[in-house]
Design a protein around this ligand. Structure first.
Ligand SMILES: [Zn+2]
Length: 414
């Protein structure tokens, strides 16, 4: 192939992928659902609830934020400085495909060790407030499994990219982009059966009126659900949650055992209706499609930034730093899209149950139990909030109730 083609194809493909990504995100994201009044925590949360929430976050956030900053800074400093190459030389394996995974695992371990003190402090705050109920054994085990899975995933990516770049010095990005897309597809499909069982045990929800009700709700909604699974979340936390993951034959509706134990049935029903909303709108599939395009785009960015240097295993730390920088910069966009998709699932749960009163009660209950931020700072909201805040969700429930002629009075009498 000509030199001009080798030179101009990557930027052209990058532009095409960026446009495709923007179009898919633009088309699959529900930008508008219903006109919303401003969120107002004081309508539904007592002064004591708001004070407890503020106190918790005041104690927690210095530690958790420091952990987050460190986990981003450590790989960036090592990767964008000569330290990364020196560390690679220290390993001194003659086989690059041995040295690269070792370096990846080592850097992951270093990052994990550096954040131990702040993570321990954050965990202690969570326990003090009764949110976390796990012991240090389980905490350490989760950390180790996390490190192992992350190292494995990043080692596969690094060895794959370097290997392809060694084989095809100019056109490595083409097979890499295709392999990346296939990998995202495979991981999204296999995640519920490969990764989730490493952290929790899942059992079929026992037969009974509540399970029958969920299956009927799913059938009414036109969403085929083969089973409702219960996760043993109570070994770690008192937080309430449910989710849908996988697609096709691995699609599953999972509820935390804490939710079944601690929430009134009418509220659990609304949570299930929210999750059915994700299934009905194929949110996992759309997310996967965005992931496929995003990973291909990321490969093209690497090609444009690194070029033939991709084949040099001494740049492994630089590659990791770029991955960390890329995922951190993408987070606000990801969260923006996620919040809109979550709002649509909320909207779906309102239409399916026609129960705005319990919807408001549920989101009040979730916020109090999970001690979630009622009015986080803007940068936190953009950087971390994958869901609308509880007062925002409650505002939607009210707007829907008003629209249907069933207004929901504030929970707090004033
Ligand atoms: Zn959701």
């Amino acid at each position: 192939m000509s030199e001009a083609a080798a030179r101009w194809t990557p930027p052209a493909v990058a532009v095409v992928l960026a446009v495709a990504l923007a179009v898919v995100i633009g088309v699959t994201t529900p930008w508008h659902l219903i006109g919303l009044p401003p969120a107002d925590p004081a309508l539904d949360f007592t002064a004591a609830e708001i004070a407890r929430q503020n106190a918790f976050r005041h104690e927690l956030l210095p530690w958790s934020t420091t952990s987050w900053v460190l986990s981003v800074l450590v790989p960036l400093v090592i990767g964008f400085s000569p330290i990364g190459r020196h560390l690679y030389d220290v390993i001194r394996s003659r086989r690059w495909w041995v040295a690269v995974p070792l370096l990846v695992a080592g850097l992951g371990l270093l990052t994990s060790v550096v954040t131990v003190p702040t993570d321990v402090m954050a965990e202690r705050v969570s326990r003090k407030y009764g949110l976390s109920v796990q012991d240090w054994g389980l905490w350490t085990r989760d950390r180790a499994v996390n490190w192992l899975l992350m190292s494995l995933a990043l080692a596969v990516i690094a060895v794959g990219l370097i290997g392809l770049a060694k084989r095809w010095r100019t056109w490595w990005w083409l097979p890499a982009a295709i392999a990346g897309a296939v990998l995202v597809l495979g991981v999204s499909f296999a995640y519920p059966v490969l990764v989730e069982p490493r952290f929790n045990e899942f059992t079929s929800m026992p037969a009974g009126a509540q399970r029958d009700d969920f299956m009927k709700l799913a059938a009414d909604d036109g969403v085929p659900v083969r089973d409702v699974l219960v996760a043993d979340a109570s070994k770690r936390t008192t937080a309430l949650n449910a989710y849908v993951s996988g697609f096709g034959s691995t699609r599953r509706l999972v509820v935390y055992d804490t939710l079944l134990r601690d929430a009134p049935p009418a509220q659990v029903r609304l949570v299930v209706a929210h999750e059915l909303g994700h299934a009905a709108e194929d949110d996992v599939l759309h997310g996967t499609l965005i992931g496929v395009l995003g990973s291909a785009f990321a490969v093209l960015l690497l090609k444009l930034l690194l070029g033939a240097r991709m084949s040099d295993p001494r740049r492994t730390a630089l590659l990791l730093a770029m991955i960390v920088a890329g995922t951190t910069l993408a987070a606000p966009v990801q969260n923006l899209v996620s919040r809109r998709i979550e709002a649509r699932a909320d909207y779906h749960s309102l239409r399916l149950t026609a129960d705005p009163r319990n919807f408001v009660a549920l989101h009040h209950h979730l916020a109090v139990t999970n001690i979630s931020g009622l009015d986080p700072r803007r940068w936190r909201y953009w950087m971390f909030a994958s869901h609308p805040t509880s007062p925002e969700r409650i505002a939607m429930g009210r707007a829907w109730g008003d629209e249907q002629g069933t207004p929901v009075p504030p929970l707090v009498r004033r």
